[in-house]
Design a binder for this molecule. Structure first.
Ligand SMILES: Cc1ncc(COP(=O)(O)O)c(C=O)c1O
Length: 381
């Protein structure tokens, strides 16, 4: 299989990730932080090391400001719903994933207003409109770092500056970028950052992170056992324990730690340059094929490694089906959980076929995808 669905979940993972998950499952997958025996202590130690690695990647001084969740959706729900209260206003963008906009829409039932700032047909954010949308009761700005449909990047420095000037909390959905782009939360003055472990961080599914700036206190989404202050019948106010009730995904977090180590050793620069090179090549060649419509910026430096297209008026689901059946190429079609994004780029009715490139893809993979698109397009002519 030629795997070009990395924006959904990256595959394959570095071998060190697979090995650590196996090692954890076969030697130390006891309950971390709950018992005093060697295996439980080893599990807790490995989880702490993963916290340290993620903190290092984000330039966070205290690893305890990294909260583990089960995916990016979990992190976004915790950050958005845990922060906003009745009477507040939140600003977001027209390229968000449903994991941002759905929690925000849910909050309308609890008296939280929202504004969705427009993006153009390339998925580019209107920064002036974003600034103008901030009101006296605006408490939070949530932006994705890159569209999961067209990859268009949001300038985090620009949004951060607006948030600082207006004294509004700044949250980033880095689902498509953390691990590929340098995101220094200190330099960028990001207050909250959500990311899945299973995409660009190369962890297993069932892992996610939320960075929380020191001093931000969220309402937790659930209460229960934390292994700390066990004598108390109310939820402890310790972070990250407060937000991590219930047994951790120890094998997942063990693997995630190795995934982040892989990034730190390889460097985000090398990963990004490889992905950008393949993305630029793919776009340049796609542009030469009659009947293919490419969405988003043509310059790979302005987008993450996500390329969505349509072939004439072929149904995007059919294209993905044929790519899978006849060419053994994995892509994703439809609306990609982002009706906002598809509305912005003008494809809400027909959707698109998304090819998402990862660090382990090669030029041969891209050539195979181009050959398949060429053949499918020629059959339409
Ligand atoms: C931009 C963006 N945000 C959030 C999510 C949700 O991620 P998860 O499936 O880990 O909850 C995704 C997943 O595709 C995404 O691309």
């Amino acid at each position: 299989m030629i795997y070009l669905d990395n924006a959904a979940t990256t595959f394959p993972k570095p071998q060190s990730v697979n090995d650590e998950v196996y090692k954890c499952m076969t030697t130390y997958a006891a309950n971390p932080g709950r018992s005093g025996h060697t295996m439980a202590m080893e599990a807790a130690r490995v989880i702490y090391e993963t916290r340290e690695s993620v903190a290092k990647l984000l330039n966070v001084e205290d690893p305890l400001n990294i909260i583990f969740t089960f995916n990016a959706t979990d992190s976004l729900n915790l950050g958005i719903k845990g922060y906003l209260k009745s009477g507040d206003h939140v600003v977001t963008t027209g390229i968000e994933h449903n994991s941002v906009i759905r929690p925000i829409k849910e909050l309308e039932h609890f008296g939280v207003e929202n504004t969705v700032v427009s993006c153009n047909e390339l998925g580019e954010l209107n920064y002036d409109e974003l600034e103008a949308s901030i009101k006296d009761n605006t408490k939070l700005v949530v932006v994705t770092h890159a569209s999961n449909i067209v990859g268009t990047l949001v300038d985090l420095e620009k949004v951060s500056k607006i948030c600082q000037d207006k004294k509004v909390t700044f949250m980033v959905d880095a689902s498509q970028t953390l691990g590929v782009y340098d995101i220094d939360v200190e330099a960028l003055k990001i207050d909250m950052l959500a990311a899945p472990g299973h995409k660009c961080l190369y962890g297993p599914q069932g892992t996610g992170i939320l960075y929380l700036r020191e001093g931000i206190n969220l309402k937790e989404m659930k209460q229960g056992g934390t292994g700390s202050k066990s004598e108390e019948i109310v939820q402890p106010d310790l972070s990250p324990d407060k937000y991590e009730s219930g047994t951790h995904n120890t094998p997942g977090l063990a693997g995630l730690g190795k995934g982040v180590e892989f990034i730190l050793e390889t460097t985000t620069k090398k990963i990004r340059e490889h992905e950008q090179e393949l993305t630029q090549y793919f776009i340049d060649e796609l542009q030469k094929i009659d009947g293919v419509t490419i969405y988003g910026p043509r310059d790979a430096k302005k987008r993450a490694a996500v390329v969505s297209i349509n072939i004439d008026d072929m149904d995007s689901g059919e294209v993905t089906f044929l790519l899978n059946r006849d060419y053994k190429i994995a892509t994703r079609s439809g609306i990609h959980c982002s009706p906002l994004g598809h509305t912005s780029i003008g494809t809400i009715k027909k959707g698109a076929v998304r090819f998402s490139i990862g660090y382990f893809n090669t030029k041969d993979d891209i050539d195979a995808a181009l050959k398949a698109v060429r053949e499918l397009a020629s059959k339409q002519a």
